[in-house]
Design a protein around this ligand. Sequence first.
Ligand SMILES: Cc1cc2nc3c(=O)[nH]c(=O)nc-3n(C[C@H](O)[C@H](O)[C@H](O)COP(=O)(O)OP(=O)(O)OC[C@H]3O[C@@H](n4cnc5c(N)ncnc54)[C@H](O)[C@@H]3O)c2cc1C
Length: 360
Amino acid sequence: MAVVGGGVTGLAAAWELQGTGADVSVLESGRRAGGVIVTERRDGFVVEGGPDGFLAAEPDIQVLARELGIGDRLVDPLARGSLLWNGKELAPLAEGQAAALLGIEGQTGVDVSQGFRSFRGGMGDVVEALLARLGSAVRTGMGVTAIAPSRRGYRLSLAGGSVVEAEGVVLALPAWAAARLVAALGVVAARCLEDVLYYPSVTVSLAYERNGLTGKLSGTGFVSAGESGTPVRACTYASFKYPGRAPGGYALLRAFVAPLDGDPASVAHAELAKILGVTGAPLWSRAFHWTRGVPRYKPQHAQHVARMRELLSLLPPLEIAGAGVDGAGVSACVKSGRAAARRVLERMAGTNRSRQQAGD
Ligand SMILES: Cc1cc2nc3c(=O)[nH]c(=O)nc-3n(C[C@H](O)[C@H](O)[C@H](O)COP(=O)(O)OP(=O)(O)OC[C@H]3O[C@@H](n4cnc5c(N)ncnc54)[C@H](O)[C@@H]3O)c2cc1C
């Protein structure tokens, strides 16, 4: 079995497959697995480059964490509620509205009012636990360039020229990458995935001495209204939001900045000084540039994906999963990856039964 893409979706799919005793390889093009989950730990700070939590009402990542033996690393926020920066003042915002404004929507029907949760060592905890359990099944530097049906399933061509054979495949790729591979299989409907827009952004973490934050920070952060005129789309008060994000006497803030000319850290600091009354200079900053950040779907996305899945069901077992198809939230990705893995297994069992009946 092959899982293409080693973000949280692909790793969750591989975990599901490994649990059934299947022989699985995760083929990840990058030098590291985890996809957009990037946690760096330095000098007692926990710096998130991508997601910093997940919707508390979504059970899937929490169930996974318990299976992986890291249930005791789940943490609740220290504060609740976000504010809206309208260019003049910070006004209260309903719980869950901040996530929706940032495009991190939950699965349909999920109660966003319960806010977010995270892990003691950051979101990297869950990736590290998955990698520890999946071991050599995760193969980095293995970008898949093409997929073609073969006698026993699929032949996957890798950058560099080698080939991997697999009876079943889970594609856990960003939408644009999945679109290309699936359309080449003759499923033209996969082109609809090119309509999924990934908005660029920069996340800038800034470390301060605690007493340099003279303004009152209430809640977990703020989101900026479109008309507010600031390039800071949102700010998370990281060390006030979750425990253990900064050592005693220090604070960590994280700004989401629109792509801009110049140094995003200087811009972020200058804006936060204005909005929050930060007086001290940052001790250091760390920026992550997301040319393709959180995906947003167009209307009809769910119908297009359903149609694509219908067409894929006519081919040898291959399933699509992940933020590009089933929801951008991390927990939704875990759910999507595991469900795709189960569907591939069911379809493989069906294919094997047919082969036995045909005496193949
Ligand atoms: C800045 C930011 C902040 C976010 N904040 C939150 C948050 O607070 N809460 C929340 O719930 N969600 C958040 N999200 C969304 C969430 O993190 C993502 O939607 C989710 O992690 C995506 O997981 P994925 O595995 O589907 O995709 P990815 O993480 O994109 O993984 C896909 C993987 O496929 C690999 N790949 C690509 N092409 C190939 C190929 N041809 N062959 C092999 N491998 C390939 C990539 O290298 C990558 O590792 C955030 C996202 C971003 C970017």
